[in-house]
Design a protein around this ligand. Structure first.
Ligand SMILES: [Fe+2]
Ligand SMILES: [Fe+2]
Length: 160
């Protein structure tokens, strides 16, 4: 049985995950509008992964005898100046999410809730990849000129 405190904290994380999904969907629309089909596809997949995180968290709460809820999701940014700016935002956002996951894990540790700790470790590991991927794209865009960005756009469109 999950504690009320941890249940509520996980429900807050569901809000953060859906917010992430909406943020990347918003970036996807921006990329598509600017003609970056590859980045747009990449962002849609990123968005779907974030929704999947929300589903996993909801299922976990329910399995542990808690109640999963969908609370109000804050509005996300809608405009960027360049793809670089959007990917910089992505990196910053993922760093913030990593901190949220760390706090959740600390709460699970303080409650000696081993099942929740086990569940949260996979997200800790995933955040390492998410941060590295986003910062890697930022670095590549910075190193390339504007003309080369179209090349990169095509490359990221083939994301699995
Ligand atoms: Fe996530
Ligand atoms: Fe993420």
């Amino acid at each position: 049985m999950i504690s009320k405190k941890l249940q509520d904290a996980l429900n807050e994380q569901i809000v953060a995950e859906i917010y992430s999904a909406n943020l990347y969907l918003s970036m996807s629309f921006y990329m598509e509008k600017e003609g970056f089909e590859g980045f747009s596809t990449w962002m849609k997949k990123q968005s779907a992964e974030e929704m999947d995180h929300a589903y996993q968290m909801a299922s976990f709460i329910i399995k542990r005898g808690g109640e999963a809820v969908v609370n109000q999701i804050p509005a996300v940014k809608q405009k960027w100046t360049t793809p670089l700016e959007a990917f910089e935002d992505t990196y910053k956002h993922e760093c913030r999410v990593s901190q949220l996951i760390d706090k959740l894990l600390e709460l699970a540790i303080s409650e000696h809730d081993n099942a929740s700790q086990d569940f949260l470790w996979q997200f800790v590991r995933e955040q390492v990849e998410e941060e590295a991927t986003a910062s890697g794209i930022v670095d590549r865009i910075k190193r390339m000129g504007d003309s080369a960005i179209f090349n990169l756009d095509q490359q990221y469109g083939s994301r699995a």
